[in-house]
Design a protein around this ligand. Sequence first.
Ligand SMILES: CC(C)(COP(=O)(O)OP(=O)(O)OC[C@H]1O[C@@H](n2cnc3c(N)ncnc32)[C@H](O)[C@@H]1OP(=O)(O)O)[C@@H](O)C(=O)NCCC(=O)NCCS
Length: 174
Amino acid sequence: LDPEQIGEDGLVAFFSSFQCSKNSDVENFLKNKSILFEKSHNSRTYLIINTDTNGLLGYFSLTFKELHVNAISKSQAKKFDGISKSATNFRSYLIGQLGKNSAILDNPLTLNAILQFAYSYIQKAWDVIGGRTVLIECENNQQLLSLYQNENFSVIQQDGSLVQLFTLLSFDSI
Ligand SMILES: CC(C)(COP(=O)(O)OP(=O)(O)OC[C@H]1O[C@@H](n2cnc3c(N)ncnc32)[C@H](O)[C@@H]1OP(=O)(O)O)[C@@H](O)C(=O)NCCC(=O)NCCS
C-alpha cells in the first residue's frame, strides 16, 4: 500500500474495512475526519498495516495540545513541567485517537504495540522541538483506564465526559 499511489478515494475505500465496535468515535474519525485533519495539518494519522495481508490492523493520530489542570500536586506539577511546582498549563503531545480494527479476527495489535509506534514518531518531533508529556483523553471506563495505567499513564482530571491521562516521555534516558 503506497500512500502516494492510493489517492484519496483509495484511502476512503481502504478505511471502509475498519471497524471499532467498542468506540464509534475511533471508527468515525478514521472514516470521516482523518483525511480533512491531515490536509488541514490539524493532526497526522498513522496506519498500522499487516504487510503480508495488507489488512488494516489499527491506527493512531498525533497532534499537540496545551492542557490546563485545575488541581495537581506540587510534585506532579514539577514532574510534568520540569521546572515549576506551581505549573498549571502543560504543553503536550496528544494521541488524539487510537484503536485496533475489530473487524480483523484475532487482531494481534495491543495498546502497548500502538504506543510503541506512536512514541517512535513522537521521538522525531521531540528531537526537533522537545516536550515532556503525552496526553490521552479517553472515556471514563475502568478497563480502558487500567490499560493506560499499565502503560505508565496517570489520571490527571475529568474534562466533561473524558478522562485526561498523562505520561512523561523518557527518551533522554534511553
Ligand atoms: C485500546 C485497545 C487498542 C487496547 O487493545 P489491547 O491492548 O489488545 O486490549 P483489549 O482490546 O484486549 O482490551 C482490554 C480490555 O479493555 C476493554 N476495552 C477496550 N477498549 C474499551 C472501550 N473503549 N470501552 C470499554 N471497554 C474497552 C476490552 O473489552 C477488554 O476487556 P476484556 O478483557 O473484558 O475483554 C483496544 O481495546 C481498542 O481498540 N479499543 C477500542 C478503541 C478505544 O477505546 N480507544 C481508546 C480511545 S482513547
